[in-house]
Design a protein around this ligand. Structure first.
Ligand SMILES: NC(=O)c1ccc[n+]([C@@H]2O[C@H](COP(=O)([O-])OP(=O)(O)OC[C@H]3O[C@@H](n4cnc5c(N)ncnc54)[C@H](O)[C@@H]3O)[C@@H](O)[C@H]2O)c1
Length: 338
């Protein structure tokens, strides 16, 4: 049972693999047959927060859905295959999670995925804007720094844009930061919380070690190495998988953690906080990840950057040009679409 994965009561709210609250969330996974999509769908199927789980992909969804549907949990699972079935997979959804798209191979940056994934995300989010415009949209597909602006522009084109409901899922960066800090300090990772702000690629991933709870200190050389490892953790997995893709299992965990937090908040739980890459006025980047208080209607409050060290300020300054360029690239892509 997933309850075995649940964090101890009183542990940070962000770890809300909650199994207590009941609700009837209808969740769609687009790209459900992929390396992330399958384990993510398994975790969602295992949650009592989900009553209907629709699995959309351009391949294999009948099999994945048949398999998951035998699990003895309440979520009704149905598979949808190919573009003609996409609208039905979305109708009535409260939350849509999108891991559809190609992953990196060794030597590739996330931006190298742009050409393929921009079209996939634009197509899928256009269908969301049409068939479930009120749903929370959680984008996992990379490059997140561009796929969020793409999603926003697609929703604007349809006249249904709500910036409080569009999230770039950066949770894996927080999960990794928590794990690596815990390893170095001999702590229980479940009790470590490192906010990670900025974006989701290389140096735009900005872990705020100065805001870690519990408080931790590192000499500058160790701090630099730790931050470098968090920023390049995705590449660590891409290299280790040697051509077989990028992070899938830890990403499924992180995606499920984000969705469960969102569902808890939509269900009325207070004080649910997650970082995500969203429309933002916290810096001069129009999209930026910071800790967010989640609520019934998505982002309830942006908690901003808070007090940071001069080293972290420098990281933000160094990341800003790349982040702005990736955002612009996404916006231009939609503007140039027919
Ligand atoms: N946000 C993050 O932290 C993070 C972490 C890891 C990976 N990713 C990204 O997630 C994405 C998916 O990674 P993966 O390892 O699951 O890849 P994968 O190739 O294993 O799976 C992708 C799935 O998307 C499907 N797909 C392709 N085009 C589609 C379309 N038009 N409509 C619906 N489905 C479509 C494929 O059939 C496949 O099942 C990649 O872009 C990867 O870079 C993001």
């Amino acid at each position: 049972m997933l309850s075995a994965l649940a964090r101890p009561a009183g542990a940070a709210l962000r770890r809300s693999f909650s199994t207590s609250a009941q609700n009837n969330a209808k969740v769609a996974v687009l790209g459900a047959s992929g390396g992330i999509g399958q384990p993510l769908s398994l975790l969602l199927k295992n949650s009592p927060l989900v009553s209907r789980l629709t699995l959309y992909d351009i391949a294999h969804t009948p099999g994945v859905a048949a398999d998951l549907s035998h699990i003895e949990t309440r979520a009704a699972v149905k598979g949808y295959l190919g573009p003609e079935q996409l609208p039905d997979s979305l109708k009535g959804c409260d939350v849509v999670v999108i891991p559809a798209g190609v992953p990196r191979k060794p030597g590739m940056t996330r931006d190298d995925l742009f050409n393929t994934n921009a079209t996939i995300v634009a197509t899928l989010t256009a269908a969301c804007a049409q068939h479930c415009p009120e749903a929370m949209i959680c984008i996992i597909a990379n490059p997140v720094n561009s796929t969020i602006p793409i999603t926003a522009e697609v929703f604007k084109k349809r006249g249904v844009y709500n910036p409080n409901k569009i999230f770039g899922v950066t949770t894996l960066d927080i999960v990794r930061a928590n794990t690596f800090v815990a390893e170095l300090k001999g702590l229980d990772p479940a009790r470590v919380n490192v906010p990670v702000i900025g974006g989701h690629a290389g140096k735009t991933i900005i872990p705020l070690i100065s805001q870690c709870t519990p408080k931790v200190d590192f000499p500058q050389d160790e701090l630099t190495a730790l931050i470098g490892r968090i920023q390049e953790a995705g590449t660590e997995v891409v290299k280790a998988k040697a051509g077989a893709g990028s992070a899938t299992l830890a990403m499924a965990y992180a995606g499920a953690r984000f969705v469960f937090s969102l569902l808890d908040a939509m269900n009325g739980k207070e004080g649910v906080i997650e970082c995500a890459f969203v429309k933002s006025q916290e810096t001069d980047c129009p999209y930026f990840s910071t800790p967010l208080v989640l609520g019934k209607n998505g982002i309830e409050k942006n908690l901003g950057i808070g007090k940071i060290s001069s080293f972290e300020e420098k990281m933000i300054a160094e990341a800003t040009p790349e982040l702005k360029a990736s955002i612009k690239k996404g916006e231009e892509f939609v503007k140039n679409m027919k």
